[in-house]
Design a protein around this ligand. Structure first.
Ligand code: DI6
Ligand code: FE
Length: 417
């Protein structure tokens, strides 16, 4: 007799396992959980005998997908940049605003001045918004501290959020996000601080699961990124890269050379860079929120990425400047409308491929042995999640087998006892 502690029945399942064109859906399915892991999943007519003390959740014919994964956010920050949004509508450019002391440095100032409690509270509400949309794993980058104590504090806030929430938080060090004013004009010296002081301190405290950098003319050069990546490698930390967002800086190929988990943005990625990513197994993280908000003219080379077989992921890039998008469902729609992804590619981009972009093989599909991260939807078909803007059909988010809404007006469930 299996030792299941809970069973979801009367469900339509979208396991997101197959990379074929169809949805590999299971019309009348069931899913069992033991110790936070999927213990059995499939068609109900093949369901083995159910233990008497197993808690039954009847979802009333609704859809269950893997819990969604937001694999790229900058959601620990203070301050507001909507004035810059207005300036851009009046014709100012993103780089121009940054050069005038706005941009990332404006958020750095506000974040350095904010209390730890304030950073936690504002991040909690952003994450709760994502959880309400079926998100069970969130990646959070630092990058708004830009000195050692502030970067450590932002990563500690990320770890603390993981303790406070039922979902999983993954943290990424992004000290190489922008050159802080105290090193203005001397990026090489600042990179020296990142490599000599920040990264060792972060690694020693176990505060980051990966290291990222911003490879762009208004941020860091490929040579500077190499120094950061070499140090990360010495410290045993995997790397990710903000690559080719506003120009072809060779970021895609650089990420591939370092076997990066992911290269993100990629609007100006070259064919050679795309080929190198395919060879290296580096996932492409597409960020339509920044493309939309900055009204960028050139989408990433989706056809070339598809042809090369590069896994496509999608994420909010939630940040106050270039992507103030607080909804992963909106990102599904933007990924389809702006980048031409199919709904199935888009949903795979926030499940299986998003897990790969974080180097995680224990989630992102409905398969036996994986974390029992589930999202339960009041829809007729998963493509609806991409086809509509401004509606949230998620009725429950389950993290490692536990309903995140059990406290509130919760899930459709009938306890067997
Ligand atoms: N690229 C972006 O679009 C964001 N970071 C990055 O590396 C911008 C972040 C911000 O404007 O605050
Ligand atoms: Fe980003």
């Amino acid at each position: 007799m299996p030792d299941w502690d809970s069973l979801w029945i009367n469900a339509r399942l979208a396991p997101m396992v197959a990379s074929s064109a169809d949805w590999d859906e299971v019309d009348d399915g069931a899913l069992a959980v033991a110790d936070g892991r999927i213990a059995w999943v499939g068609a109900v007519d093949r369901l083995p005998e159910v233990p008497a003390d197993c808690r039954i959740h009847d979802v009333g014919g609704r859809w269950i997908t893997p819990g969604l994964i937001d694999c790229h956010t900058h959601l620990v920050f203070a301050g507001d940049r909507s004035r810059e949004f207005e300036q851009r509508l009046q014709g100012a450019g993103y780089a121009e605003i940054a050069a005038a002391g706005g941009g990332i440095i404006a958020t750095m100032r506000a974040t350095r001045d904010a209390s730890r409690g304030a950073l936690i509270d504002s991040a909690l509400s952003r994450i709760r918004g994502l959880m309400a949309e079926g998100v069970t794993t969130v990646e959070i980058k630092s990058g708004y501290g830009l000195d050692t104590p502030s970067e450590i504090r932002c990563l500690e806030v990320g770890r603390r959020l993981g303790d406070l929430l039922p979902i999983d938080i993954v943290t990424t060090f992004l000290g190489a996000h922008s050159v802080p004013p105290e090193y203005a004009g001397d990026a090489d010296a600042y990179v020296g601080v990142i490599c000599g002081e920040m990264l060792p301190a972060v690694a020693e405290r176990g505060l980051a699961d990966a290291v990222d950098a911003y490879c762009e003319s208004l941020a860091f050069s490929p040579a500077q990124v190499r120094r950061v990546f070499d140090r990360a490698r010495e410290l045993g930390l995997p790397v990710k890269l903000h690559a080719d967002q506003f120009s072809d800086g060779g970021g895609a190929a650089l990420a591939a050379e370092y076997r990066a988990l992911s290269a993100d943005h990629l609007e100006y990625a070259s064919d050679a860079g795309v080929e190198a990513m395919a060879e290296a197994g580096t996932t492409a993280v597409l960020l339509p929120g920044a493309f939309y908000t900055l009204r960028e003219p050139r989408p990433p080379p989706i056809a070339a990425l598809r042809r090369a077989g590069v896994p496509l992921a999608l994420a909010t890039d939630l940040n106050p400047g270039s992507s103030p998008v607080y909804s992963i469902l909106a990102i599904l729609n933007l990924g389809c409308v702006l980048f031409g992804l199919t709904p199935q590619e888009a949903l795979t981009g926030v499940t299986r491929h998003a897990a790969a972009a974080l180097g995680l093989s224990d989630r992102g599909t409905l398969e036996t042995g994986k974390r029992a991260d589930l999202a339960i939807w009041d829809i007729d078909h998963p493509r609806e999640l991409c086809a509509r803007l401004g509606v949230n059909p998620c009725i429950d988010t389950v993290a490692a087998g536990t309903s995140c809404r059990a406290g509130g007006p919760g899930p459709i469930s009938r306890s067997s006892d």
